[in-house]
Design a protein around this ligand. Sequence first.
Ligand code: NAP
Ligand code: ZN
Length: 345
Amino acid sequence: METKAYANHAADKPFVPYSFKRRELGPDDVGIKIQFCGICHSDIHTARSEWGPTPYPCVPGHEIVGVVDAVGSNVDKFKTGQKVGVGCLVGSCGSCPSCEDGLENYCDKGFVGTYGAPEGDGDYTKGGYSDYIVTAQHFVLSIPDNLDLAAAAPLLCAGITTYSPFKHVGLKKGDKLGILGLGGLGHMGVKLGASFGADVTVISRSIHKKPDAESLGAHNFILSSNEDEVARHAETFDYILDTVSAPHDLAQAMGMLKREGTLIMVGASERPLDLSVFPLIMRRRKILGSLIGGISETQEMLDHCGKHNITSNIELIEPTKINEAYERTINSDVKYRFVIDCKKF
Ligand code: NAP
Ligand code: ZN
């Protein structure tokens, strides 16, 4: 299947139109006409080789939504015309203890990422900055009908990445939850945290985001550069979700956690972070890492969003604006996720 896309050809090169062939539809595959794809900061880290060398041409995109166009002979979960999504995973070994636990994201042999993962014959997977994808049915998700399709796209990464650790720690009504960094992940953390009944506070460098934090469902806002405000919130949070995409000092967030509170790390800075151990050991605090979520949990998150009518706040762009959107995301100038209109490729 000839597929139109946008790719960059080196870490310092912009995105340009590109075309390639998707694999033939196999018996377990679903062929999807992509309608929309979100721009995650992980796309930027990867396209710019910030996490290590990326194979080029690079077609990122793992917040994919579209409509089923074709199904293989073994496919029983999906029908043509159905609204579906593909997130960060398109394969895993299926037989290791993690896969058997439904945690394909932690596959012991390494999951197959939607883009940049080796795929037969020296080729690499290509993601959703394109107009078509062929994906094994196990990794295809069903999108609730009541959700706006473009605004649902970011649920496939930003949504599940924040939902999964909340479920893992057992976030519940009345828990004090801080969200560090109000970007794509952060704003989903606010909405989902509030839907669990948590008391949500945004901790941000950007004072202009304060009114938005409240309208997204946060109960409180802390400007991280205001030392008095930070000091007033010492030892107040049960959990802080750290979504920051760049190097930063962990001491400030650590100091705002209660005794035995947990700092949940989802932001993936390309460089190691400074950690002073005393705030950790003196108050028996914890640090927890979390990577997206498994397939069944992703479906559970989508159904939860359908039930609570939760989607992302998006800025819909044409493919020609991808380079500009990258610069604006890096400058924290997006409300709160760019989504590409893939019908315009
Ligand atoms: P994003 O939209 O760019 O948001 C990141 C936010 O971090 C910004 O809005 C900003 O918030 C804050 N920030 C940025 N630079 C900062 C700095 N130098 N110091 C302090 N704060 C800073 O990015 P995203 O798409 O939400 O992704 C966030 C991170 O999570 C990325 O590293 C991404 O790769 C990673 N990620 C991880 C997973 C996972 O499975 N663990 C999944 C998806 C993404 P304020 O302006 O409010 O301060
Ligand atoms: Zn992502």
